[in-house]
Design a protein around this ligand. Structure first.
Ligand code: SF4
Ligand code: SF4
Length: 694
């Protein structure tokens, strides 16, 4: 049954220019003097070098390991010595240098000892990891790591093998299919097995009948039962039929909507050259160290060359007989880019090098304004509005460009090919995409920084909380120990801890739920407080008594008021200084004697002193009575009057002293405080007056 082919929207028919190179068998490129191997051989992360300068390596030896899952390993294409790991010019439209490993071949081409991988019995994940480590990437130009395409969550309905090779000038896949059809069919069976695909469709443009015939012959020759599910389908020659979505539409009549993966619709797509490299890896344990590349254009021997990855393009052009050129295109004329230099190494993505001729590649006419003719929209196979994308990209309105599905653009160049204004539309789309990726990268970095900051804040908060919990646990433990203790000091400590805990909890009271604060703790704290108050009162009393005793000593030694007239010493009997000295000595001795007294002696002394005071009071009362009721008789003389005043003053003083002696310590303290307050007030008034005067 003939399969019905339903073509996709748009597409163009540029001159093919395939015959120049497709008629010649694949030639093997000579071993170059040096290989320049870029570490960036896939669309993912660059590989990480696992060798150092000066290392001797064997052919097929790993020299740079895959960095993560979206990455691919790099291997030594031949045996030799690592000369450098440094920045070198690479095949990239930017013309910038990138990290490369420079290998100097030793000419022996000595293989590393290889062992086959039992892929049939291995876990799917193990197969994927193996292919990643063998450096298998899409060789159709996209260099997407192939192992990622071997994981399908759903049962795969159709495996599509892309042999369309729709871009002008390029014939490497054509020659590969013609010359290595059996290996390709073997590779297809492997992938079919790994993906458990129900059917396999090999899509080939109808301008490659030899390739289609070779594959059909290989299918017939295969002894595998599974080849029954493989079908070679020739599709119309229409650029870009080799686009994955376009080929799926052609072969399966399935349109893959924007944002949907083809595997979600049960379809997966592999390029024929990629299938061949998977075959080499699984069947011969050969990593991707070589590829077929078309060298065409202004060269004497255009054709396809099997060259080692890293071979300088200048050497390939030299082998093809370069005749001098106005420039070189890496890839095809539609999707490729101008090479900044020929001193770059062949990459895994490199399917074609075109030496330009002025006849085939005339000077690009000057860009004219867009006339909104919509020819670009008619040609666009992705059914986009290229003129709108151009406008948004040019005005740097990238958000709008994204809204109009900029990333569905496969950069096929069909729009630019038909544009009457000669606008290099794809350049604008590439610019817009790179700007959006850069912004995404910056945003990602900012998001990471924000996440790091938030985590740091969270960690600090958590550590603070943990510390608080630790301290609370410690306090609870101490509180429990204090509660269990009989020592009143511990009861005070418990009360303090309780208060501190309440303060830490942000309340003036201890939470009711605090199990450590028991009635026993409260009682103990109360007792302790009472005891403390009693001690303070006792100390105050003792201090008062001491002060009283000190005050009493001079009173007792002041012979003039208290001495009996019989005991009064004549003024002339003792020198005044000696008397003062004697009095002071006696006072000192008395103080020392009182201080040395035991509590009992002191009590006795106090009792005696009280008795003396009582006796003195009685005497004073008697003298007062004598003054208040003057004796009858003549009026006193002036001396007698003066003596009476003195006696009255002495009585008053004695009364004051008696009153003081009768006071309790608390009353004395209150009196002292009152006096002190008066003194302070007086001093403050004095200071204020002095300040005012100044
Ligand atoms: S083909 Fe060119 S001129 Fe015409 S609408 Fe598109 S961008 Fe504008
Ligand atoms: S380059 Fe993009 S916009 Fe232009 S035709 Fe191709 S897919 Fe459409």
């Amino acid at each position: 049954m003939t399969r019905q082919i339903i073509t996709f929207h748009g597409g163009v028919h540029p001159p093919e220019h395939k015959a120049e190179s497709s008629h010649y068998p694949i030639r093997t490129a000579a071993l170059p003097a040096r290989l320049i191997l870029s570490l960036q051989q896939s669309i993912g992360s660059a590989a990480k070098p696992v060798v150092k300068v000066g290392d001797e390596v064997a052919k097929g030896q790993l020299i740079a390991a895959a960095d993560g899952m979206i990455s691919a390993a790099l291997h030594a294409p031949t045996s030799g010595r690592i000369e450098a790991i440094a920045l070198q010019p690479v095949a990239h439209p930017s013309g910038l240098s990138d990290n490369c490993i420079v290998l100097i071949p030793d000419g022996n081409d000595q293989w590393l000892e290889r062992s086959l991988f039992d892929w049939r019995n291995a876990e799917p994940n193990a197969v994927r990891t193996y292919l990643r480590d063998m450096g298998v990437v899409g060789l159709g130009g996209a260099v997407f790591p192939s192992h990622l395409k071997l994981s399908s969550k759903t049962q795969l309905d159709t495996l599509i093998i892309n042999g369309a090779e729709c871009e002008p000038y390029i014939t490497c896949d054509d020659r590969l299919m013609r010359e290595r059809a059996a290996e390709i069919i073997a590779g297809i069976l492997m992938v079919q097995f790994l993906l458990n695909a129900k059917q396999v469709l090999i899509g080939i443009e109808d301008n490659k009948p030899e390739a289609a015939a070779a594959l059909r012959d290989a299918i017939k020759a295969s002894r595998s039962q599974a080849v029954a599910a493989i079908e070679v389908v020739q599709v119309p020659t229409l650029y870009p039929s080799g686009g994955a979505k376009q080929l799926i539409k052609l072969l399966c009549n399935i349109e893959v909507p924007s944002g949907v993966r083809s595997t979600d619709l049960g379809v997966q797509c592999f390029n024929v050259a990629t299938i061949h490299s998977i075959y080499c890896a699984l069947a011969h344990a050969e990593p991707v160290i070589r590829r077929v590349v078309t060298i065409t254009g202004n060269v004497e021997r255009p054709g396809n060359y099997e060259a080692l990855i890293g071979t300088p393009l200048a050497e390939l052009l030299k082998a093809a007989g370069e005749k001098g050129s106005s420039g070189y295109i890496y890839g095809g004329p539609m999707m490729g880019f101008e090479l900044p230099s020929l001193a770059v190494g062949l990459s895994k993505a490199g399917n074609c090098v075109i030496a330009k001729t002025p006849a085939d590649f005339p000077e690009q006419p000057r860009e004219m304004p867009c006339i909104r003719c919509s020819k670009c929209a008619e040609a666009c196979p992705a059914e986009l509005q290229p003129m709108d994308l151009f406008w948004f990209a040019k005005s740097k309105n990238f958000g709008k460009a994204q809204e109009r599905n900029l990333f569905d653009c496969i950069e096929c160049g069909a729009c630019a090919y038909v544009c009457p204004s000669n606008i290099r539309l794809v350049d604008y789309y590439r610019f817009a995409k790179s700007e959006i990726w850069a912004a995404e990268k910056t945003k990602h970095a900012a998001d990471l920084a924000r996440e790091r900051f938030e985590f740091r804040e969270f960690r600090a908060k958590r550590e603070k909380q943990e510390k608080a919990e630790r301290l609370a646990a410690k306090a609870t433990q101490k509180l429990a120990q204090a509660v269990a203790s009989d020592d009143p000091e511990d009861a005070i400590r418990a009360a303090k801890i309780k208060a501190a805990m309440a303060k830490a909890a942000g309340t003036s009271e201890v939470p009711a739920s605090d199990s450590t604060v028991t009635p026993e703790v409260d009682q103990a704290a109360q007792l302790a407080a009472e005891k403390k108050a009693k001690i303070a009162a006792a100390m105050a009393r003792a201090a008062a008594k001491k002060a009283e005793a000190e005050a009493a000593v001079p009173m007792l030694r002041n012979e003039e008021p208290f001495m009996a007239p019989s005991q009064t010493l004549p003024a002339s009997s003792m020198d005044k200084t000696d008397r003062t000295k004697e009095i002071l000595d006696k006072r000192r001795e008395e103080r020392a004697r009182i201080a040395a007294m035991s509590s009992e002696e002191r009590s006795e002394w106090e009792a005696a002193k009280q008795a003396e005071i009582a006796e003195a009071k009685a005497a004073a009362a008697l003298r007062k009575a004598e003054i208040v009721v003057p004796p009858e008789g003549p009026a006193p003389s002036l001396d007698e009057e003066k003596a009476a005043k003195i006696r009255a003053a002495m009585v008053k003083r004695d009364e004051e002293k008696a009153r003081l002696a009768a006071m309790s310590p608390e009353e004395k303290a209150a009196l002292a405080a009152e006096r002190q307050a008066r003194i302070d007030a007086a001093m403050a008034a004095k200071a204020a007056k002095a300040a005012k005067d100044e």
